[in-house]
Design a protein around this ligand. Structure first.
Ligand code: 4AD
Ligand code: MG
Length: 463
């Protein structure tokens, strides 16, 4: 029921008493026509017509803009990008959408393009250009959608795991181990020579002064998670993870988020694969149901989601090599193994359904993975179309002597980890899912740098 805009002119003071600030989402979904509302947000576009001025207004609560119709003159300082507060009455537009006939629009903060605001109205920009303005990037429509999807995916992951009996463990960010043993670690120490000198003990290097040993930013919470799994059984962590890889590829970050899960009494790799598959499908289904608008905004092209309803492919490493060499004519160099190009070829071969590659050669995987026959370990990588590896995991070596022999060479100071196999030991298994790689996969985003609010990569930590 569209009512004539002109008749609604109620002084601000009168209805501020009745209504608090409403979000655009609340107004679009639950707003009652004729209701007096107060909104705060940013102007996305301005159209001046004979019948009035029309503002596209957004407050971040949803990707949808709310139209503000202004029938009086507008403060000339209000432009695209300005922050404003507005009061008015909710109406139906001729097209049947909720809109506000605003009687008052108050400027909160100017946005003067001439002073160097890098995004002009109605222009689209390449992701690389937008990335130069990380502090202003959340204001672009697509990136705001990305941020809402990250939130929704995080929530869906926590809810899925909670429903399935897993406990969230806050594993440390500062750690003394290099879980993956790849040496891709950032060192942690105080940036204060005075302090270091005052704390150093006899014959101790300065970089060990603060913690009485070297400390690093975590590359994985797995080992701590295993400690918790030996009491709480089903556990997970979901936090920032750091890798000092000298890679500026479209798939690598120096800081990313990883969901890691660990479960006690796990004896079969297939059981672990079932958990990963169910989690990925479940979270994706929730997102497709609840966040369709934001997802469409992020995806430049139509993506095929049919994999959600198909069984993931499960092949052993030896079968993967066979397909690559005999069916796809690829050369797999023994010292390199399965490369990114090979990963993508495999998912393409299986018609863009995610592929688990299991039973990896021992020498290609970290020390903690459980040995099986033929110098293989009970490990998997999950490969997604266009991305390649999005998750990796294994059963854990729970034989004390086997583990001890592998620890001594690759990772000192892990007596505590061996203790887990000494007291009330159980077989465990777990995995890590790269959160940004997952987001990149489901949204079809080319660079992982556009999947995290403030990406860090070599030579880039600008704010
Ligand atoms: O395969 P990764 O190294 O496995 C682990 O760290 C195990 N400790 C996990 C576990 O079993 N609890 O890393 C897991 C995932 C990868 O599959 C990938 O998706 C992501 O983390 N990842 C990265 N994502 C972005 N940038 C990087 N530099 C990444 N390195 C790994
Ligand atoms: Mg891996």
């Amino acid at each position: 029921m569209f009512t004539n805009c002109k008749k609604v002119l109620i002084p601000l003071s009168k209805y501020r008493r009745y209504s608090d600030t409403k979000s655009v989402l609340q107004i679009i979904e639950k707003g009652q026509i004729g209701q007096k509302v107060f909104v705060k947000g940013w102007i996305k576009s301005i159209r001046k017509q004979k019948t009035g001025t029309f503002l596209d207004f957004n407050d971040g609560s949803t990707m949808q803009n709310l139209q503000l119709v202004i029938l009086h003159s507008l403060d000339t300082k209000i432009s695209v990008g300005s922050s404003v507060s507005a009061t008015g009455v909710l109406q139906k537009s001729p097209k049947g959408q909720n809109e506000i006939t605003a009687d008052k629009v108050k400027l909160v903060g100017e946005c003067d393009l001439a002073k160097g605001y890098p995004f002009a109205p109605r222009k689209s920009y390449e992701p690389k250009y937008i990335r130069e303005y990380l502090h202003l990037r959340p204001r672009t429509r697509k990136f705001a959608s990305l941020l809402r999807i990250r939130h929704a995916a995080t929530l869906a992951i926590h809810q899925y795991l909670d429903k399935n009996g897993y406990f969230n463990i806050h594993t440390p960010i500062i750690t003394s181990n290099d879980c993956e043993g790849a040496g891709e670690i950032f060192k942690v120490m105080p940036d204060n020579e005075q302090l270091k000198k005052s704390m150093v003990k006899e014959n101790q290097p300065l970089d060990s002064a603060y913690f009485d040993g070297k400390a690093y930013l975590t590359v994985s919470g797995q080992l701590h998670l295993e400690a918790a799994a030996h009491s709480l059984n089903k556990v997970y962590c979901f936090g920032p993870t750091f890798r000092a890889e000298n890679s500026r590829s479209r798939l690598h970050l120096s800081e990313f988020y990883m969901l890691e899960l660990e479960q006690a009494f796990m004896e079969k790799l297939d059981d672990l694969l079932d958990i990963v598959e169910d989690l990925v499908k479940n979270v994706t289904t929730v997102l497709l149901q609840n966040n369709q608008g934001d997802i469409e905004m992020c995806r430049g092209k139509k993506l095929d989601d049919s994999w959600v309803n198909k069984e993931f492919v499960r092949i052993q490493h030896s079968e993967a090599l066979d397909i690559l060499t005999n069916k796809l004519n690829k050369v797999v160099k023994p010292n390199v193994g399965i490369s990114k190009e090979h990963e993508l070829a495999l998912t393409e071969y299986f018609e863009n359904v995610p592929v688990f590659v299991t039973n990896w050669p021992l020498e290609e995987k970290p020390f903690y993975m459980k040995g099986i026959s033929n110098n293989k370990v009970a490990a998997f990588d999950l490969l997604a179309p266009n991305i390649g590896e999005i998750a990796g995991g294994s059963l854990r070596e729970n034989d004390y002597d086997q583990l001890k022999s592998k620890i001594s060479s690759s990772n000192p100071h892990l007596e505590w980890y061996l203790d887990l196999r000494k007291f009330g030991s159980v077989p465990t298994g777990g995995f890590g899912l790269g959160f940004e790689r997952y987001i990149q996969f489901i949204l079809g985003i080319d660079s992982i740098k556009d999947c995290i609010p403030f990406p860090r990569w070599p030579h880039n930590c600008s704010l």
